[in-house]
Design a protein around this ligand. Structure first.
Ligand SMILES: [Zn+2]
Length: 905
């Protein structure tokens, strides 16, 4: 009989070094059998670092039908020797004084979760991160148990001519007609989550690479037939990333072969198994006819991120899942800096936006490991590493990092280990940055100033505060400059470390009251409160030498206007307001991409997040008023700008054949200008958009999508025809069709919820494919008329999706659940509707991650609205059932509950 295990809470303070070490794992994976059979032989010894080791060895394992268990060659037959539960195998009475060998044989169960071994597009692969390996073999599935691997893959050579795993290919043999076996040996110890296996009829392209010190290796890409040319951009990015890491951090790739393999159906964007990075092709394939400029930038980021893990994650790994934030945060930061160097620091920083995240990067406890993969672990931690680099300076930071990685090569470490190592090499106190990782809340900097004309002295009074009364000051690097009233910089870039709750900074010899440019380049992830006048903001918007702050000033002006309108006041735009936009449109010195960002009005979903009490209708009205006024006043200036950028030939060379950032910037600014012009010259703009759409369709996805988006926003009748032309052109391309879903889910239509429900029935939609699910649902979540529809239908749809994902892909269900429980920013009616949907879900969902989110949400307060019709909750259940039956009948998902039978010898 099996025993079902309880949901466990994992606490950082409970961490214990492993009792047993698994030094080597030998695998034999037989893909020619159905179901797939996996035999493993683990070399195990008691950990010499531990005392009082129990004689029971507990291994993780689930969704497997066990065929045999042997300890040191002896078959274990009865439960005196082992205990098997739904997710573990315990071997009793193992030897503690000598190395022993545990062999298991198992058949793998049916797998819909996309973790462990699964088959898609005719390809088998193992996605191990985070806990997929336990669905493949019985193992110690934790990051601090590192093993070498020898992996033999047996398969039909016609169906699976390419068989890959980590390390080096050491043997290839024919077992019988059509059946072959290959063996890979990985001599570098790694945790289970870095294991990978790929088998399929794949095409390969191999490129030699020579490192700075002369080491030669091959970069090999493997993807489905006829798609290999789509990897050219990723291949160039990877080479650039390798060179950048050599030059910047002094880190080389020491592998003899770096492989990259991609499939379309993948649980995340990509993963970093050592020497065999696995990709979702959505983040790998890039050619201008099928990908937009924004996608090229994303792909550069993801490809470089996975490579940079080679040192920060693979060579040096995490001690436990709690410490995920160092490998993800540091690697995210490395990739961000690489892309900034490649495509422009200011532009990339502006496009990234401000990371203001109150959640903890390293929580003290968790129940589901995937719940640790948060924006806080990635983006917020990346900002923490950026602050540390600002404090240390380039040289000390890169030197310290290099030293830390070499010293800990082959180790599994914590955030504290990293901070203390950097502290030691730099001599600068850095452990004070730990609360940034471990405490919640967004620190605030409240800044006021005073000017003493007589002594020509200017003082900034800085107060630091946090979410709680007992908040203690954190280190905050504050980058700033001072401008005079004409925009001339009188104090240039400098960084001040704010590490007290109250601090004054005095500037001498300041001849007139200056305008401060604060938190330049977003030097710390904090909320800044300083009251600039509109006149000051216009000066900053036009003249600040820090382009990030120019963009911030522009956004602040718009936000002030919209908040003003939301509090029932009229919007009045000053002559200086128009003059500033006009001057910028004629400024030929400013980066085109940056200019596009400065002059574009933030989208409604962005404004909703920033306005203190968002009124969705008023935000929409105010935004329209501002755009219309700017368009009417500056019509000739937008045209002049368009002519100028279209005439200008850009000369700076691009390192990539298929992507040029200057061209991308030009396209972006052109779209922004056309968007304004559509408000004053609709028929002319429509003609331009239709022409651009016709010329670009099938040739350039950016231009196609820019034109199609404009047509959709203009609500012109030709849009339906254009959408259908788009579909006909791209119906055979799974990736391109995702744009078709995306654009329709973004439509500002009162019927958007019904439209999205219809699209979910479309044959090209597949809910079990994360790319398709997110192509449709991400824009829907951002669409104020969709997710936040006043009727509550949007919340209902999302609740149904959560319920459906609960059984097939619970990890993705968590991200939707987090959106549904985030009711705080909205009005009472919406809060009540969102809360109702959460209550509706509470007794239906079963997965640990989603249950956690819902349980925590139901403890939160919400505003009650008596006007909401309670009958909606009753009506909801049959709709949800329809949805599930649709999924079961649509072939999109075939979920069969997996049973683990009792031991079969
Ligand atoms: Zn990562």
């Amino acid at each position: 009989m099996k025993e079902k295990s309880e949901v466990k809470v994992f606490r950082l303070n409970d961490y214990q070094v492993p009792y047993f070490l698994i030094t080597h794992i030998e695998l034999q994976v037989d893909l020619s059998q159905a179901p797939v059979q996996v035999k493993s032989r683990l070399t195990i010894k008691a950990n010499p670092e531990c005392k009082n080791i129990p004689q029971n060895l507990v291994l993780d394992g689930e969704n497997m039908n066990v065929l045999s268990i042997k300890l040191d060659g002896h078959v274990l037959r009865d439960q005196e020797h082992y205990t098997l539960t739904e997710n573990s195998l315990t071997i009793h009475h193992v030897p503690l004084d000598q190395t022993f060998y545990l062999e298991t044989g198992a058949q793998l169960g049916i797998n819909t979760t996309l973790f462990g071994l699964y088959k898609t597009e005719g390809i088998y692969l193992v996605k191990a991160e985070t806990q997929g390996m336990r669905r493949f073999i019985f193992c110690k599935d934790r990051p601090d148990v590192l093993s070498t691997y020898q992996t033999t893959i047996i398969a039909n050579e016609n169906e699976f001519p390419v068989l890959l795993s980590n390390g080096q290919l050491i043997k290839e043999e024919k077992l019988s007609e059509n059946i072959k076996a290959v063996t890979w040996l990985d001599k570098t110890p790694k945790p289970t989550y870095l294991f990978a296996l790929v088998a399929g009829d794949l095409e390969m392209v191999s490129t030699p690479f020579v490192t700075k010190s002369g080491h030669e290796l091959n970069i090999d890409f493997f993807v489905n037939k006829d798609s290999i040319h789509k990897c050219n951009f990723a291949k160039s990015v990877l080479q650039e990333a390798m060179r950048w890491d050599e030059k910047t951090y002094g880190l080389e790739c020491e592998l003899s072969r770096h492989m990259v393999a991609g499939v379309n159906k993948y649980a995340s964007g990509a993963s970093e198994p050592t020497g065999l990075n696995l990709f979702n092709t959505e983040y790998l394939f890039a050619s201008p006819e099928v990908k937009t400029d924004a996608d090229f930038l994303t792909i550069a980021n993801v490809v470089s991120h996975e490579y940079f893990h080679y040192w920060t994650g693979d060579r040096v790994t995490i001690r436990d899942w709690h410490n995920l934030a160092w490998k993800e945060g540091l690697t995210t930061f490395r990739a961000a800096e690489f892309c900034e160097d490649l495509f422009g620091r200011d532009l990339m920083r502006i496009l990234k936006g401000k990371t203001l995240d109150a959640t903890v990067s390293r929580p003290d406890s968790y129940t589901a490991v995937r719940s640790l993969y948060t924006a806080a672990a990635y983006e917020k931690s990346a900002e923490i590493f950026r602050m540390i680099k600002t404090v240390l300076g380039d040289e000390r930071f890169y030197h310290g990092m290099n030293h830390f990685l070499r010293e800990n090569d082959g180790g599994a470490i914590t955030i504290e280990d990293l901070l203390l190592s950097l502290q030691k090499t730099s001599g600068i106190h850095l452990i004070s940055f730990l609360p940034w990782f471990t405490e919640e809340g967004i620190p605030q900097l409240g800044i006021t100033d005073s000017y003493d004309a007589e002594n020509q002295q200017y003082t900034l009074h800085i107060k630091q505060s946090g979410p709680t009364d007992d908040y203690s000051a954190r280190p905050i690097p504050l980058k700033l400059g001072l401008l005079d009233e004409n925009g001339k910089e009188i104090v240039d870039d400098r960084t001040i470390l704010v590490d007290q709750l109250a601090q004054d900074i005095v500037f001498n010899d300041v001849t007139s009251r200056p305008i401060p440019s604060l938190l330049r380049h977003f030097s710390a992830p904090v909320k800044l409160n300083y009251c600039h006048t509109e006149a000051d903001l216009l000066v900053l918007m036009q003249h600040d030498s820090d382009l990030f702050n120019r963009s911030e000033a522009a956004k602040k002006i718009i936000l002030n206007l919209i908040e003003h309108y939301c509090s029932d006041k009229k919007i009045e735009l000053s002559p200086d307001f128009f003059a500033t936009y006009r001057a910028l449109l004629h400024d030929e010195t400013i980066n085109t991409g940056v200019l596009a960002e400065i002059i574009s009005i933030p989208a409604e979903n962005v404004l909703i997040d920033d306005v203190k009490t968002p009124d969705l209708d008023k935000i929409h009205e105010a935004r329209e008023l501002i755009v219309n006024a700017l368009a009417a006043e500056l019509v000739s200036d937008f045209k002049t700008c368009l002519t100028r950028i279209n005439r200008h030939t850009l000369t700076s060379p691009s390192p990539f054949e298929s992507f040029d950032i200057n061209e991308a910037n030009r396209r972006r600014l052109q779209t922004v200008c056309l968007n304004y012009l559509s408000h004053v010259e609709p028929s002319k703009t429509k003609q331009l958009a239709l022409q651009q759409f016709g010329d670009a369709l099938g040739n350039n996805m950016s231009e196609t999508m820019n034109a199609l988006t404009l047509l959709c926003e203009m609500h012109v009748p030709e849009t339906a025809m254009a959408l259908s032309q788009f579909y006909n052109c791209w119906s055979q391309d799974v990736s391109a069709i995702n744009y078709w879903f995306r654009i329709q889910a973004s439509a500002q239509s009162p019927h958007i919820v019904t439209e999205v429900r219809k699209l979910m029935q479309h044959p090209a939609f597949d809910m079990s494919n994360p790319n398709k699910l997110f192509a449709l649902m991400r824009p829907f979540l951002k669409n104020p008329l969709g997710f936040h529809a006043a009727s509550g239908e949007g919340y209902q749809l999302i609740a149904e999706i959560i319920l459906a994902l609960d059984t097939i892909m619970p990890d993705h269900g968590v991200s939707f659940a987090k959106k549904l429980v985030n009711w705080e920013p909205y009005d009472a009616k919406r809060q009540q509707l969102m809360h109702d949907r959460v209550v509706f879900l509470s007794d239906k969902v079963t997965s640990v991650g989603i249950c956690d989110v819902i349980k925590a949400a139901l403890e939160k307060p919400y505003k009650k609205d008596s006007g909401v019709d309670p009958s909606q909750s009753a009506a909801a259940i049959p709709v949800a059932h329809q949805m599930l039956s649709w999924m079961e009948n649509s072939n999109a998902v075939k979920h069969t509950p997996v049973k683990t039978s009792s031991l079969n010898m």
